[in-house]
Design a protein around this ligand. Structure first.
Ligand SMILES: NC(=O)c1ccc[n+]([C@@H]2O[C@H](COP(=O)([O-])OP(=O)(O)OC[C@H]3O[C@@H](n4cnc5c(N)ncnc54)[C@H](O)[C@@H]3O)[C@@H](O)[C@H]2O)c1
Length: 114
C-alpha cells in the first residue's frame, strides 16, 4: 500500500514539475489593433501555430476595428482582449506589469485601406 502511495506521489510531483516548467516557458505578447483587418487574421493563425504564446490584445475599437472579427478566439485561454488606447500610457504600463509582456506586435493605426 505504501509503495502505491509513493508511486502516486512521485507521478503527481513529476507532472506538477512539468506543468511549472511548461507555464514558465510561456511568452506573453502584447498585440495592438487586432480588431482590424490584418490583426484579426493574424491572431487566430498565431494562436494555433504557436501554443507557447499568450496574446494580450489592445484595441480602441475605432471605426476600423470590429470585435466580432475575433469572436472565434474568445474561448481560447491564451487570448485576452482589452479595449483601450495605445496612447494611454498608464494603461500600457499596467498591461506590461500585469501580464509580464515579453514582446509587442503593433497593428494599431488611424488609417484604413477600406
Ligand atoms: N491593410 C493593408 O493592406 C496594409 C498594408 C501595409 C501596411 N499596413 C499597416 O498595417 C497596420 C494594420 O493595418 P490594418 O489594415 O489591419 O488596419 P485597420 O485600419 O484595419 O485596423 C487598425 C486597428 O487599430 C485600432 N486602433 C486605431 N487606433 C487605435 C489606438 N489609438 N489604440 C488602440 N487601437 C487602435 C482600430 O480599432 C483597428 O482595429 C497599419 O499600420 C497599416 O498602415 C496595412
Amino acid at each position: 500500500m505504501a509503495e502505491i502511495a509513493l508511486i502516486v506521489l512521485t507521478v503527481v510531483l513529476i507532472s506538477s514539475f512539468g506543468y511549472v516548467v511548461i507555464t514558465s516557458m510561456m511568452q506573453n505578447i502584447l498585440l495592438t489593433g487586432t480588431a482590424g483587418f490584418i490583426g484579426s487574421n493574424f491572431v487566430p493563425y498565431f494562436l494555433e501555430k504557436y501554443p507557447e504564446y499568450n496574446l494580450i490584445n489592445l484595441d480602441l475599437l475605432t471605426y476600423a476595428g470590429n470585435i466580432e472579427n475575433l469572436k472565434e478566439c474568445e474561448s481560447n485561454p491564451r487570448y485576452k482582449f482589452i479595449k483601450g488606447d495605445i496612447c494611454n500610457r498608464e494603461l500600457v504600463e499596467f498591461i506590461f506589469n500585469e501580464y509580464d509582456i515579453n514582446g509587442v506586435i503593433h497593428f494599431a493605426a488611424e488609417i484604413s485601406c477600406r
